[in-house]
Design a protein around this ligand. Structure first.
Ligand SMILES: CC(=O)N[C@H](C=O)[C@@H](O)[C@H](O)[C@H](O)COP(=O)(O)O
Ligand SMILES: C=C(OP(=O)(O)O)C(=O)O
Length: 351
């Protein structure tokens, strides 16, 4: 049984707990707080557990030359990458407003800390847990800082190899046991053959104490549903109001219809995964009564006959009686009453 922990108030993640579904708003709000609120509403309507934003301190996250670099892309909000990124950053007051808005809708709220300064920002904002995006998956000093906050951590592992993930987990786990790791491939959209859902099992084997999940950037919901079927404890997908909008992430984000289908699908899959104990189910009873086989008498036999194998066969009979798997146990038993050919052997037929 894998380790589980309380990720947000009264909501645990891990084996035996429902999959925690994070609707990643990221920067799909276009820098507009009203769009951000519409996305929060959409996530709530669709039944997601949490909304997530991306928090950067641009000078802590990027070098000056990266900020000054020309950003020639159909997705650019400014002529340099710095201008582009500035448009997409919300202020502290806006974060507070969005968090309060989420709370009023009863949906959890957090953001990924994209640099050291943003770790402090989010701690001060009092988010319930920290998300670490793949860009920081190998940023060991930031991971240590995040772990030392004692907040639970959801840690994405795009662009990394196993050795780095092991080192990162060692760093975090030496200060904080509440780390959930997500398989992730950081390409937008991710080609199906580069998703590698099986890595979740590798993580389970390596980190049996940690919940495991999936952060997806592929098109559609099939692969993410498969992640749920493979037992993901946490799932994260970008969401959008319109896939055709300007922005790097819209095209591989889920629209409202898809998010709703994803949440419904995950909940259905959870029910269907059930438990690992094989047993006859209550809903099978009608079928068992109609088509379940029983031991029946091959011929008319009188009371007092001692049963042998040749007296008995297996058919669908009425009522349902002695179970075929126990036919051998009837051999040697004495009939308490006469039985007809094709009569079901029931308990009261034998002494
Ligand atoms: C690795 C990582 O951080 N990826 C994030 C999460 O998936 C993305 O949302 C990026 O922030 C986004 O694609 C960047 O787009 P641009 O560079 O156009 O602002
Ligand atoms: C980049 C992020 O996530 P992921 O690596 O899971 O896509 C993020 O949370 O900001």
């Amino acid at each position: 049984m894998g380790h589980s922990f309380e990720l947000v108030n009264n909501r645990w993640i891990g084996d035996g707990h429902p999959c925690f579904i994070i609707a990643e708003i990221g920067q799909n709000h276009q820098g507009d707080i009203e769009i951000a609120k519409k996305l929060i509403k959409m996530a709530k309507n669709c039944g997601a557990d949490c909304v997530k934003f991306q928090k950067s301190d641009l000078h802590a996250k990027f070098t000056k030359s990266v900020l000054d670099r020309q950003y020639e892309s159909p997705h650019a909000w400014g002529s340099t990458y710095g201008e582009h990124k500035r448009v997409l950053e919300f202020s502290k007051e806006q974060y507070e407003e969005l968090m309060a808005f989420s709370t009023s809708l009863n949906i959890h709220f957090t953001a990924s800390a994209m640099d050291d300064v943003s770790v402090d920002f989010l701690v001060n904002l009092k988010v319930p847990f920290l998300k670490i995006g793949s860009g920081d998956a190998n940023n060991l000093s930031m991971l240590e800082k995040a772990a030392k906050t004692n907040l639970p951590i959801v840690y994405s592992t795009g662009m990394q190899d196993m050795q780095t993930v092991i080192r990162a987990m060692e760093v975090m786990n030496s200060f904080n046991s509440k780390v959930c790791l997500l398989q992730c491939t950081s390409s937008y959209p991710t080609p199906e053959d580069e998703v590698h859902l099986r890595v979740m099992q590798t993580y389970r084997d390596h980190f049996p104490e940690s919940p495991v999940g999936y952060s997806g950037h592929e098109l559609g919901i099939t692969i993410t549903l498969a992640a749920a079927a493979l037992g993901a404890h946490v799932i994260e997908r970008h969401i959008t109001l319109d896939k055709s909008w300007k922005g790097n992430d819209h095209a591989c984000s889920l629209d409202e219809t898809e998010l709703k289908l994803l949440v419904e699908g995950v909940r259905t899959i959870e029910k269907a995964l059930g438990c690992a104990v094989k047993s006859k189910q209550p809903s099978e009873e009608p079928c068992h009564q109609k088509l379940g086989k029983s031991v029946v008498s091959k011929q008319k036999l009188g009371a007092g006959v001692q049963l042998c194998k040749e007296h008995l066969t297996v058919k669908v009979g009425q009522p349902v009686g002695w179970p075929p798997q126990d036919l051998d146990l009837l051999v040697g038993k004495t009939l308490s009453k006469d039985v007809e050919q094709d009569e079901t052997i029931t308990l009261d037929c034998i002494i």
